[in-house]
Write a protein that binds this ligand. Structure first.
Ligand code: KIV
Length: 312
């Protein structure tokens, strides 16, 4: 007699196959552009996996970026440089399965567009075709204009990224706020205008003085999305792990922590450990039971066995 339940042994409380429906209208690059025109703040967060992407999307965030910060906050590297196209594609696919409404942007990793424009276009197309991204982000200003045009020609919307661009870590000589002197301010403004003219649908401004970010925001038609660029941008982006204290280091000046996932997770894990060690987990209510008749039969078999052993 089989004791395997008719559902094949699946725990009765198991989740059904994932099925999620749209909870709000789809955000597109036009939505983002219109928000700038209506002066409505634009929200963007990073996500790298199914569970967090689903929560971020359901919270009504406009854009989800699978950032190359994946390298640091998920994969444990010191900087963003080592993360590969394959790793970025893998995580973008996971996020794609979760996101219904937010605009999904994939970050082009270091090396995916630096050597050859043709390869850059190819990799941008891979994000759309193989991972379901709706746009790509790439770092750099005027020097990327040709590439931006070619990616747009391939029907892939582009988000620009200027200021403190982490992929230029070695060239910048560290993570330094950009645009602090006149020549640097001029260069940033030229970069922003060049990207705007090339047709990017938004521009990330990272690590620049708020006054410079405000000037750029007024100067370009593309929405500016700030990170460490003050309140004058059209929108703001943060790394999800910074928001919920999962980065294991002192946050940068611009980070505001909205939750403490580290404390929440540590607490849960410590309680689980203590409960297993004390024998209080799992309880009877958390255990599966035999059907009544099977149990009675089993007890009778065991009793007969005991009696036989006793008789010997
Ligand atoms: O990789 C990333 O998370 C980013 C954002 C900080 C803009 O590039």
């Amino acid at each position: 007699m089989s004791v395997i339940p008719s559902n094949g042994g699946q725990p009765t409380g198991a989740r059904p196959a994932t099925r999620i429906s749209a909870i709000r209208p789809k955000v597109t690059t036009s939505t983002i552009f219109e928000k700038k025109q209506r002066r409505e703040p634009i929200t963007c967060l990073t996500a790298y996996d199914y569970a967090t992407a689903r929560l971020v999307d359901q919270s009504g965030i406009d854009m989800i970026l699978v950032g190359d910060s994946l390298a640091q906050v998920v994969l444990g590297y010191d900087n963003t440089l080592p993360v590969t196209m394959d790793e970025m594609l893998h995580h973008t696919r996971a996020v794609r399965r979760a996101v219904r409404s937010a605009l999904l942007i994939a970050d082009m990793p270091f090396g995916a567009y630096h050597e050859d424009e043709k390869e850059g276009v190819h990799n941008a197309v891979r994000f759309v075709k193989e991972a379901g991204a709706e746009a790509v982000k790439l770092e750099g200003g005027a020097q990327r204009v040709n590439l931006v045009r070619r990616v747009l020609d391939a029907e892939v919307p582009v988000m620009g990224h200027i200021g403190l661009t982490p992929q230029s870590l070695h060239k910048m000589g560290g993570y330094k706020v950009q645009g602090k002197d006149f020549s640097s301010i001029e260069r940033l403004i030229k970069d922003a205008i060049a990207l705007d003219r090339a047709g990017v649908f938004s521009i990330v401004l990272e690590g620049v003085p708020r006054e410079v970010a405000e000037m750029i925001t007024k100067e370009v038609s593309a929405p500016t999305i700030g990170i460490g660029a003050g309140p004058g941008c059209d929108g703001q982006v943060l790394v999800f792990h910074d928001l919920v204290n999962l980065t294991f280091h002192e946050p940068a000046k611009f980070v505001r922590r909205y939750g403490d996932a580290a404390a929440l997770i540590s607490n849960a894990v410590e309680q689980f450990k203590a409960d297993v060690e004390s024998g209080s987990y799992p309880s009877d209510a958390e255990s599966y039971h035999l059907p009544k008749e099977t149990r009675a039969e089993l007890e009778a078999i065991l009793r007969r066995k005991e009696m036989k052993a006793y008789a010997k």
